[in-house]
Design a protein around this ligand. Structure first.
Ligand code: G3P
Length: 214
């Protein structure tokens, strides 16, 4: 029951399309520009660094806030389920962000939204995932590659820390938690399939802090 509630509440939070709204306020449909993604990376590409940061913050907070609320509500009463409920909430936000019904299901890729879930869940995962992301992006200058690497690293961290007993999960809860993590990771990679094709073809957009005029 709580799983469905968390998923639906998360989806509703995910509908807040920071990039799309910010773009509209500045006279562009961000989904018609650059990579067509409505997330922070494409907003940075099209509208500049301030816009990219604002959109990242908005998309991150829309996951952080409901996931922290779930943690506060269930952390003491149902500790063995709190992390699972957080996962349902976070996945709900990512689904709402990636597939907003009122924008013909055309949204973003869910990486900033995912950051909010990870921050709410475990600072240790942030401490490993963030440097991994920064190093990959700094070396390759491909945000998409950094995103694919970071979701994989985060899922592996969840497996390891879950096994070490950090999330108070029951044996069955562990399996559910890991499968939710696997679904979320595969969804993020699936959303990057066009980026993967461009990476292989050598045509992927490199990170730039200058607006790309189109
Ligand atoms: O978080 C999205 C990023 O990984 C890729 O964005 O616009 O280059 O497809 P974009």
């Amino acid at each position: 029951m709580w799983r469905i509630v968390c998923l639906i509440i998360g989806y509703c939070f995910g509908l807040f399309q920071t990039g799309y709204l910010y773009g509209r306020m500045h006279g562009v449909d961000i989904r018609q520009k650059g990579s067509g993604n409505s997330g922070a990376t494409n907003t940075l590409r099209v509208l500049g660094i301030k816009a990219g940061l604002i959109v990242f913050l908005g998309d991150m907070l829309k996951t952080l806030i409901p996931c922290l609320a779930v943690r506060l509500i269930f952390g003491n009463t149902e500790p063995e389920a709190a992390y699972i409920y957080m996962m349902y909430t976070g996945i709900g936000v990512v689904l709402g962000h990636n597939y907003p019904f009122y924008l013909n299901f055309k949204g973003g890729k869910g990486i900033a939204a995912t950051a909010g879930l990870v921050i709410a869940m475990d600072w240790k995962v942030v401490a490993i995932g963030l440097p991994a992301f920064i190093i990959v992006v700094a070396v390759s200058r491909f945000v998409s590659l950094g995103s694919i690497v970071v979701v994989t690293v985060v899922w592996i961290c969840m497996l390891v820390f879950g096994q070490l007993g950090y999330y108070s999960l029951t044996p069955a809860g562990k399996i559910e938690f890991y499968l939710l993590g696997l679904f979320w990771m595969l969804l993020a990679i699936w959303r990057h399939r066009a980026n993967i094709k461009r990476l292989i073809a050598g045509t992927e957009n490199k990170l730039s802090f200058h607006k790309k005029e189109e």
